[in-house]
Design a protein around this ligand. Structure first.
Ligand code: NI
Length: 169
């Protein structure tokens, strides 16, 4: 297993739409292990493949730091098939440092997708798992939490990041 580098906003790769993984691809299992290791080392509760520079529809989640009954979950080619209710919560992202954004999302979702062994499953989620699933699937479609900010706030954040990056050089 190895730890990958997590891309940060404003890396343009984060805005790309990820591609479906061809069904049955065996190498995906090792990649999923790397994603989990990368996520845990960054102390995240979710990670999407585009965040480590891979344009594939793969997400991993482990929300057990927030909900101790939760188990690690990896989904290949996930799709939201049911959305119910509305709920707002404060979200952060490993690719978007020093920012949290209040985002309205569906309260409950049902997501279908494949396990790393290519078994088709459906996951019914509420609470933090529902939020995390929608957040990670957003990444597969090139959407970041900054995209939920007003234009003014987004511009403010973009300038702040630019200044941070300039200071590092
Ligand atoms: Ni994220």
């Amino acid at each position: 297993m190895s730890i990958w580098r997590i891309l940060k906003y404003p890396d343009p790769f984060l805005n790309k739409i990820a591609e479906q993984v061809p069904e049955g691809e065996k190498e995906i299992k090792k990649f999923v292990d790397d994603m989990f290791e990368t996520m845990y080392s960054a102390r995240g509760i979710g990670l999407a493949a585009p965040q480590i520079g891979m344009g594939k529809r793969v997400i991993v989640l482990d929300v057990s730091p927030v909900d101790e009954t939760a188990k690690p979950l990896a989904l290949i080619n996930p799709e939201i098939i049911v959305k119910e209710g509305r709920e707002e919560s404060e979200e952060g992202c490993l690719s978007v440092p020093d920012l949290t954004v209040k985002i309205q999302r569906a309260q409950n979702v049902t997501v279908s997708g494949f396990t790393p062994d290519w078994k088709l499953i459906q996951v019914e989620a509420e609470g933090i798992l529902s939020v995390a699933l929608q957040h990670e699937i957003d990444h597969l479609n090139g959407t970041l939490i900054v995209d939920y900010l007003s234009r003014l706030k987004r511009e403010f954040y973009r300038k702040k990041v630019k200044k941070m990056l300039a200071r590092r050089m």
